[in-house]
Design a protein around this ligand. Structure first.
Ligand SMILES: C[S@@+](CC[C@H](N)C(=O)[O-])C[C@H]1O[C@@H](n2cnc3c(N)ncnc32)[C@H](O)[C@@H]1O
Length: 157
């Protein structure tokens, strides 16, 4: 199985880039992982929030194949503990899933067509995080999940 994390917009903040790099470097020892950045829309001044979400959705859909298992990062999604998330990943790996795609929305969240395409959703908290910060938190949780599956000492309950 390979995992893709699809995000909208480049990260400019150094503190986030450094954190992401740290966990991406660790994660690559466990799984084939790809971070795909969909470029942020330019000249959005004349676009409504709904129009921006529609355009983002078109770019997201272009990245997806029919067989992909798509999981949206969404504050209203399903909640896991780190251990239950590691079990979820294990199930996907031993099941028939070839490509697991997690998606973090843009500043306004997801268009309804993306909700309709998704197979499931995942909440990191009831709180709303910036779409930039979520990528760091999620990559750390992915790394943590694989370290749990490997029985390595990173995670302490
Ligand atoms: C600023 S939030 C968008 C908030 C928007 N009001 C909504 O309804 O989704 C940007 C993106 O960050 C992600 N996100 C923010 N908080 C999250 C959380 N607690 N759990 C999972 N993903 C979250 C989601 O992918 C969301 O689309």
């Amino acid at each position: 199985m390979k995992i893709t994390l699809l995000v909208v917009g480049k990260t400019e903040d150094k503190y986030l880039l450094e954190g992401m790099e740290k966990y991406l470097n660790r994660l690559k020892h466990y799984i084939s992982f790809n971070l795909v950045v969909i470029p942020e829309l330019k000249n959005t001044k004349n676009l409504t929030e709904a129009q921006q979400k529609t355009k983002e959705a078109e770019s997201i859909m272009k990245q997806l194949n029919n067989a992909d298992q798509v999981v949206l990062l969404d504050e209203k999604g399903k909640k896991y503990t780190s251990v239950s998330f590691s079990n979820y990943l294990n199930k996907q790996m031993i099941g028939s899933v070839q490509h697991l795609v997690f998606i973090i929305g843009g500043p306004y969240g997801f268009h309804e067509s993306i909700y309709a395409r998704a197979n499931s959703s995942l909440s990191l908290s009831d709180m709303t995080f910036s779409h930039q910060m979520v990528r760091l938190f999620f990559i750390e949780q992915l790394y943590r999940a694989f370290s749990i599956l490997k029985g390595e000492p990173y995670h302490h309950e």
